[in-house]
Design a protein around this ligand. Sequence first.
Ligand SMILES: [Zn+2]
Length: 175
Amino acid sequence: MQNQTMNANVATKRCPYCGENVPANSQKCSHCGEWLVTRYGKSWVKTYLLCCFLGGLGAHDFYNNKTGLGVAKILTFFGFCGIWPLIDCILILCDVYTDSEGRKLSRKPTIEGTAVFCALGLLGGAGMHRFYTKHIAIGWLQLFTFGGFFIWTIIDLILILSGKFKDADGNLIKG
Ligand SMILES: [Zn+2]
């Protein structure tokens, strides 16, 4: 009876990890300690660019407080001559690279940033704007087809600049 009264007054949700009821606004389960919300860490754009240009020095790992992995890249002769940073680049593009606390990388795509990434497709690195906005499968498709032989890239660029481009969650990319 006591329990029912409490439930009537305080909105609860069920923890998907242990099944206990916790207050609906909980960020972390008070029973098992699992996080109930997606937590985001450092910038996706900065991590990606650091990995592309300074990945052999572990710059993206240091940026995300993964000091050990950063040092390991240097000690293994720039991450086995760039193979390791290349794998990290792929993990970042696939949105599975996490920081030292297991948090996913954060991003707030703007029209300007998305357009710059899209324009890179005209130089040969197509699909980056798709990865940036979490259209990951289309990103790979565009990367390997040179952005549909540039046509797809140009169409996307027009959509982005006219404010009609959406991220993978269906949100319009804004300025
Ligand atoms: Zn729990």
